[in-house]
Design a protein around this ligand. Sequence first.
Ligand code: PHE
Length: 448
Amino acid sequence: MSKLVHAQWSSKMGFVLAATGSAVGLGNIWRFSYLVGDNGGAAFVLVYLACVAVVGLPVLVAEWLIGRRGQKNPINAMSELASKNGHPKAWALVGASGVVAAFLILSFYSVIGGWSLSYTLGSVIGTFTGQDADGVAATFDGLLGNPGLLLLWHTAFMVLVVWIVARGVTKGLESAARIMMPALVVLLLVLVGYGMTTGYFGETLAFMFRPDWSALSGDVVLAAMGQAFFTLSLGMGIMMAYGSYLGEDVKLLGTARTVIILDTGIALLAGLAIFPIVFANGLSASEGPGLIFVTLPLAFGNMTGGALLGLTFFLLLTFAALTSAISLLEPVVEFVEERTPFSRVMATLAGGMAVWVLGIAALMSFNIWPVPIMFGLNVFDFLDTFTSRILLPLTGLGAIVFVAWCLDRRSVADELNLSGGSEQLWHIVGRYVAPLGVLLVFINSLMG
Ligand code: PHE
């Protein structure tokens, strides 16, 4: 009996770890903080929190539910569920666009993962010890300006990802996440503590939570919504795929709440850690994608035990990036495996190669190829912006609309253990509030 209980516990726990491993990554620390800085602080943060609650939670639950019912990969799960419920198989498109998104995202994700690796090594050899703001900025600019070096780190990161996926050791990684994730939280707390000693913590709180609504624009709202999808790994079928491993006994709503609280909490902690350093050193909050790389080394370089803490931090960040990256490569590999005669290893190599090549174009945006290619954005910014602001929300929208409009309302209510008022609320949010919210954000930003 006790064995049974334990087995259940560990599978539920394993699921939460896998989902959190995908969700928590560079998005929470690197991307969240740079977007907060770029988009005027609190207005962005509050809209982001609203998007997570109103759109992120229902979409996450919808993706898991589809995955659990479909018991297949996202494309087949969608088409089978659709025809079973008397709807066109074209719903499979929702699953398919996820593969494209995963491919595009991983290409630039790996470039940043490479930065994180490079900073891990930098911490080992003491690059940042005693540096001032100018020194840290010069180190970062030196990395960005050197395509060969960026290529080296991007390659190293992709090799790690491909190696992990090809060997199928993702399970081991997930159990490692059990230790690494709390450790990352502890280190962020240490950094927040350091931020409190800078004398700029109050300013940080005001920057992050006291909104200046004049900073709000269609663009800021779109960025916030895109970040909600990105950080929760939504709109790509990844959570659907995870859902297919879910046991019937797992409570979707409660589990989604856990994952979302962890993910959002880590992002907020990252902000609270980074902005005191920005303000204390007179740096610019709107530094862009380099924000954490010109702020955190300053803290580590100037605090006691900073060398070791810095090393640990970038190691943990790289680890978090890896667990997200493998979840991004997985759908690409599955796709290649199913469509070609390639074995799993070959499919991983081929998929990884293709991602790697696109990543090279992305990394050249920082040096030899900074010119805009589309909508005034260079390759890197285009990949980052287009995927999060358009592809992910559209696909996520498909998932929630499908669950709320195409599946039997009663059976969904049963599956989510909802009744009465809370069922009404779920129904209204799923049918109207979340989809209309996404549409409004789109329309609003199209109108400038
Ligand atoms: N959620 C991950 C992060 O925040 C990135 C990711 C996006 C992973 C989409 C998988 C799918 O870093």
